[in-house]
Design a protein around this ligand. Structure first.
Ligand SMILES: [Mn+2]
Length: 394
C-alpha cells in the first residue's frame, strides 16, 4: 500500500500583508499531481488546512480544488482538523466532503471508536486510521486557572488525556490491516523551524505527547503541527512532513516535502520524502547600515520574499532607510531595525516585559504589516476597558 502524508497547508496565510494563498494553491496542485504520479492508495492530511477559523474565499477554493483533483484520480483521503482550523466549520462540511471521497474527523469524540476511519484500498489491503484531531490545550489551561491547579499537573493531565484517546484508538486496529495513527499535536523532542517567534513559544510552553505514548501496533504515525519536516519515533515510525511552503521567515531556506509511506499489514513501513518545489523562497538578511547596499546588490536574481534587519545604534529609525531598500529590492516585505547591543536584541526575542499592546503590535507586524495608529488606539482602548471591567487598576 502506498500512502501520501501531508499537513499544515495554512490556506489563507498572509505574511506582513502579502497573500500567500496563490503559492499554497500551487503547492496543493503539485501534491495532487504527486498523488497521481505516485499512484497512491490514499492521502492523509494531518491538520491545519486553513490558516484561520474564517478563511478567505480563495483559500477555501484552493482546498476544495485540491480534493476535487484527488477525486478525479479516485484517490480517497482522510483529514483531521488542526489548531488553526475551525473544527465546527470542518464538521459542517463533513457530509459534503464525504461525497468526494474525503473523510473528515473534525472534533474529538467522547467515544474514540468514532474517530477511526477505514478504507478498502485498491492495493487490496485495508487501511485503518486512528484519527485524532487537535485537542484544545487552552481549554485545559482555562479550567486549570479556574480551579487554581498548577499548570504542571495539567500538562500531565493533557498527556493522560491523550493517552486515553490513543489507547482507545489502538483498540480499533486490526491485525490483518495496515494500521496508522494521525494526530495534530507536539511530540517531545520536536524541533521548530528557525523560528520567527510563534512556534518557539509553542514548543517550549506547550503540551506535548511522548513518542512512547504512541501505540506500537500503529505502523506509522502521521503527524501535523510542527512545520519543520522530521522523524520522531521509530516504533511506531512517527513523522512530521512539515508545511508545504516556507510560511514565515523562520522557515526561510527550509526544504519542503510530502512523505510517501510504503507499507503492508504486519510489516515495518518505509518512508520516502518527496521534495516540493512550489512557493517562494524566504530570506532574511542582517546587516549594518554601511553594509546594506552591498548585501542588496548580492541578492541579484533572488525571486523570493525578503526581510531586511538593519542593526542600528539603539534600534532607532534612520530616515529614508526603508525607501532605500525598496528602491533596490521592491520584493522586500519588511525592514526591521535592531539595536546593535546584543543583549537588547536578545530581549526582543522574548515576550517578557512587553505590554499587551506591544505584543499585538508585533503580532500585527508579522501577519499584516505595520499596525495602523487607529487600530492601535482601538486596541489600547479595548485593553483598558477589559482591565477596568476586571477591576484592575489602569
Ligand atoms: Mn500548522
Amino acid at each position: 500500500m502506498r500512502v501520501l502524508h501531508t499537513a499544515d497547508f495554512h490556506a489563507g496565510r498572509s505574511l506582513r500583508g502579502y497573500d500567500r494563498t496563490p503559492e499554497i494553491r500551487d503547492a496543493l496542485s503539485e501534491i495532487a499531481g504527486l498523488a497521481r504520479s505516485e499512484r497512491v492508495d490514499a492521502v492523509l492530511v494531518a491538520g491545519d488546512l486553513f490558516d484561520a477559523v474564517n478563511p478567505p474565499a480563495d483559500a477555501e477554493a484552493a482546498i476544495f480544488e485540491f480534493f476535487l483533483r484527488l477525486r478525479d484520480d479516485k484517490i480517497p483521503s482522510i483529514v483531521i482538523a488542526g489548531n488553526h482550523d475551525s473544527a465546527s466549520r470542518l464538521a459542517g462540511l463533513t457530509g459534503l466532503l464525504g461525497w468526494v471521497g474525503v473523510q473528515v474527523v473534525a472534533q474529538p469524540a467522547a467515544n474514540p471508536r468514532e474517530m477511526l476511519r477505514t478504507l478498502d484500498t485498491k492495493s487490496g489491503e485495508k487501511l485503518v486510521v486512528g484519527a485524532l484531531p487537535y485537542l484544545s490545550e487552552r481549554r485545559l489551561v482555562k479550567a486549570a486557572d479556574v480551579m487554581g491547579a498548577d499548570v504542571g499537573s495539567w500538562r500531565q493531565k493533557y498527556r493522560e488525556g491523550m493517552n486515553f484517546f490513543l489507547k482507545k484508538l489502538a483498540e480499533g486496529f486490526e491485525p490483518g490491516a495496515v494500521n496508522m495513527l494521525m494526530l495534530h499535536a507536539t511530540l517531545d523532542g520536536a524541533v521548530a523551524s528557525g523560528s520567527d517567534r510563534g512556534m518557539q513559544f509553542d514548543l517550549t510552553n506547550s503540551y506535548t505527547v511522548s513518542p512512547l505514548q504512541l501505540p506500537a501496533m500503529a505502523q506509522y504515525a502521521a503527524l501535523g503541527h510542527v512545520h519543520k519536516p522530521q522523524q520522531l519515533g521509530a516504533s511506531p515510525l512517527a513523522c512530521y512532513p512539515g508545511s508545504i511552503i516556507q510560511l514565515d521567515f523562520g522557515e526561510g531556506g527550509e526544504k519542503k516535502q510530502v512523505n510517501l509511506i510504503e507499507v503492508e499489514a504486519g510489516r515495518p513501513a518505509r518512508v520516502t520524502a518527496i521534495p516540493l518545489v512550489s512557493g517562494k523562497e524566504l530570506r532574511t538578511i542582517k546587516t549594518d547600515v554601511d553594509g546594506l547596499d552591498a548585501r542588496l546588490a548580492a541578492l541579484d536574481g533572488f525571486q523570493g520574499l525578503l526581510k531586511v534587519v538593519i542593526r542600528a545604534p539603539g534600534g532607532t529609525a534612520l530616515p529614508g532607510l526603508k525607501d532605500r531598500v525598496l528602491r533596490q529590492f521592491p520584493g522586500a516585505l519588511g525592514v526591521d531595525l535592531e539595536p546593535t547591543n546584543d543583549e537588547a536584541s536578545a530581549q526582543l526575542e522574548t515576550r517578557e516585559g512587553l505590554s499587551l499592546t506591544q505584543l499585538y503590535e508585533r503580532f500585527h507586524l508579522e501577519k499584516r504589516g505595520e499596525l495602523p495608529p487607529a487600530l492601535r488606539a482601538a486596541f489600547e482602548e479595548t485593553d483598558r476597558a477589559v482591565r477596568e471591567a476586571a477591576g484592575e487598576a489602569v
